[in-house]
Write a protein that binds this ligand. Structure first.
Ligand code: ADP
Ligand code: MG
Length: 597
């Protein structure tokens, strides 16, 4: 895919409020997460409005029973008939039950719609990460985001969200009903507020950090487990099982302790809640007693008030207790939005001046992955402005690694990359990644329209620009699609051939318009007929750019200005195709083999 590059946090200032370790993916701010969810909600306006209407009706229906019961008490006190009230009670119960069910369905549907959008966005971004980035971020962090965090958010969407919204509305409407019924009784109930306030003031500062710690502890545990499982052979070979097992045990214990702490917090909060309810209800009954005795209110009215007040307990409890769920879901949500907001690798935000074709120099490059063997050694290579260099070599020679170094997707262990003489780390903006686009072998097509897919590379691209890019890479098949560039591709849409997906990647490169292009095996995937077309497409897409192309078909080397042969991480031959063939060395042998296929 086009111009993938490693993503580190703090590259988009607003979206990423720094996370502690440089190897963790970024986390979004709460405000940013709310904005993203709000945008999704606007896209599902119909569902959102239905959910709101049904929920309000459902909360209002809950007020009927206490009102009827109050009347019933007065009727009994006065010795009147009660049959009508009993019927009304039954009707109110049925109506409330139906509406509660409907509102739960409506809210869940809205939640699912939002969740689907979020999940899609997260997956699209994760697929977007370059393998080099995936190597660098902690796998446990990434896994716990696409696994635990998505599960946490979807769980609260399906179970918690309807309850929370229902509870908010029930509390608001009940308070309103209480106020309309009798202001003095409502005021008495308000006496509970300070107690609730104290309970929250005790709870809130404690719960946020505890839940964040719980998430982290779970991520750490996943990390240790994965590390041990992935490295199992090495660990056993070096008889290092015991320390690794101990580390897994230590992190599991830490996760367990945090979990127990969460539960303790929860029960402590519970009794503080009960105390508040007791205070409020006692105040309502005491004031009600005084009012009824002095004739300022009927017994029925006081009954209704007490019932209404009592009706607050369940939803208030739901709300206060779901603070934990809401907070945990919130913590998961900001981590997910953090992933969604990873800067678009394909975008070149700080474009170098149009038409600038820099010289690129690899100086003294050496690289090893982790503690592994040297994959590159002493590589010195200069690409003149606009020059096309083909990189040739056996599998495992280090071509992909060198391409990734040039694209800024891998930081070499030693040596540096210079653009027009400026070292990569001194370049403005995102450094190399603003200058160099990488089309790698793994090409992804994202769910959405074909035009959306291409606009990943340049969000503002006009329809004409999109069409021109497709034409340049010879994607004539687009015109034959039912809806042209508005055809949905990717998952659930029209399936593209591997060659078609490669052409899209090249069209994205054209739109991103980087001064330097690196093609790694971009034409290797297709069958022999398609391969010729793709070769043309790659040639056209990189024309005029300073280009490094990893040549699997040697015809690509023939058309390059210069050929560089890599063997076991070292440059062993360098020159034009003609020179190298004449020299009769390794390239000449490769060429003879290729021609003799
Ligand atoms: P080529 O593209 O020429 O086949 P690569 O650059 O992909 O070569 O690989 C060079 C060497 O580096 C190989 O031995 C390969 O196993 C190793 N290698 C490549 N990527 C990684 C990685 N992410 N981690 C560890 N070793 C790697
Ligand atoms: Mg390779």
């Amino acid at each position: 895919m086009t111009a993938e590059a490693p993503q580190r946090e703090a590259t988009t200032a607003e979206a990423t409020a720094g996370s502690a370790s440089p190897d963790l993916l970024p986390t979004a701010t709460g405000r940013r997460a709310a904005r993203v969810v709000g945008r999704y909600a606007r896209d599902s306006r119909g569902v959102a409005v239905t959910a709101a209407v049904v929920s309000v009706a459902s909360a209002a229906a809950g007020l009927i029973a206490p009102a009827v019961l109050g009347r019933l008490v007065d009727a009994v006190t006065d010795g009147g008939a009660v049959g009508g009230y009993l019927l009304a009670l039954a009707g109110a119960a049925v109506l409330a039950a139906v509406l509660v069910g409907l509102s739960a369905v409506a809210i869940s549907r809205l939640g699912e719609a939002l969740l689907a959008r979020l999940r899609e966005a997260v997956v699209a971004r994760v697929l977007h990460l370059h393998t080099a980035t995936l190597d660098r971020v902690r796998p446990g962090d990434l896994l716990s985001r696409v696994g635990d965090d998505v599960a946490r958010v979807s769980e609260s969407v399906t179970t918690g969200l309807p309850e929370v919204i229902g509870a908010v509305l029930a509390v608001l409407l009940t308070l309103l009903g209480l106020g309309v019924l009798d202001g003095r009784l409502a005021l008495a109930g308000l006496l509970a507020l300070p107690a609730y306030g104290l309970a929250l003031r005790w709870y809130l500062p404690r719960s946020g950090p505890v839940y964040a710690r719980e998430r982290r502890a779970v991520g750490d545990r996943a990390d240790a487990l994965l590390g041990a499982v992935q490295g199992a052979d090495t660990i056993r070979a070096h008889a290092r099982s015991a320390p690794h097992a101990a580390e897994v045990a230590r992190r599991s214990a830490a996760a367990r302790d945090v979990g127990v702490g969460v539960f303790r917090l929860y029960t402590d909060f519970g009794w503080r809640m009960n105390r508040s309810e007791y205070l409020g209800l006692a105040a309502v009954l005491a004031v009600g007693f005084l009012l009824a005795r002095s004739g300022a209110a009927t017994v029925g009215e006081v009954t209704t008030a007490a019932l209404l007040f009592h009706r607050l307990f369940a939803p208030l409890g739901t709300l206060l207790f779901s603070f934990d769920e809401v907070q945990a879901a919130g913590a998961a949500l900001v981590r997910l939005v953090g992933v969604v907001d990873l800067p678009d690798a394909a975008v070149v935000p700080q474009r170098p001046a149009a038409g600038s074709r820099p010289a690129v120099e690899l100086r003294g490059i050496g690289h090893r992955y982790g503690d592994g063997p040297a994959v590159l050694a002493d590589v010195d290579l200069r690409l003149a402005p606009g020059e096309r260099v083909a990189l040739v070599g056996a599998s495992g020679a280090g071509k992909t690694t060198l391409a990734a170094v040039l694209a800024g997707a891998v930081d070499p262990s030693v040596g540096e990359v210079l653009v027009d003489g400026v070292p990569a780390r001194a370049l403005p903006g995102r450094g190399l990644r603003d200058q160099v686009a990488l089309v790698s072998q793994e090409v992804h097509v994202f769910a959405g329209t074909l035009a959306d897919d291409l606009r990943l590379a340049r969000p503002g691209a006009t329809d004409d620009e999109v069409r021109a890019a497709l034409e340049l890479v010879g994607a004539r098949w687009v015109a034959a699609l039912p809806d042209g560039t508005a055809t949905r591709v990717g998952e659930g849409g029209t399936a593209l051939t591997p060659a078609g997906a490669q052409q899209l990647a090249l069209a994205r490169l054209v739109l991103a318009d980087p001064p330097v292009a690196v093609l790694d095996e971009a034409t290797a995937e297709a069958g022999s007929t398609g391969a010729r077309d793709l070769e043309e497409a790659a040639f056209a897409a990189t024309a005029g750019r300073t280009t490094l192309v990893v040549a699997h078909r040697l015809t690509q080397a023939v058309r390059a200005d210069r050929v560089v042969v890599l063997d076991a991480g070292r440059v062993v031959e360098e020159g034009t195709h003609a020179d190298l063939v004449a020299a009769g060395g390794r390239y000449a042998a490769l060429w003879a083999a290729w021609r003799g296929r």
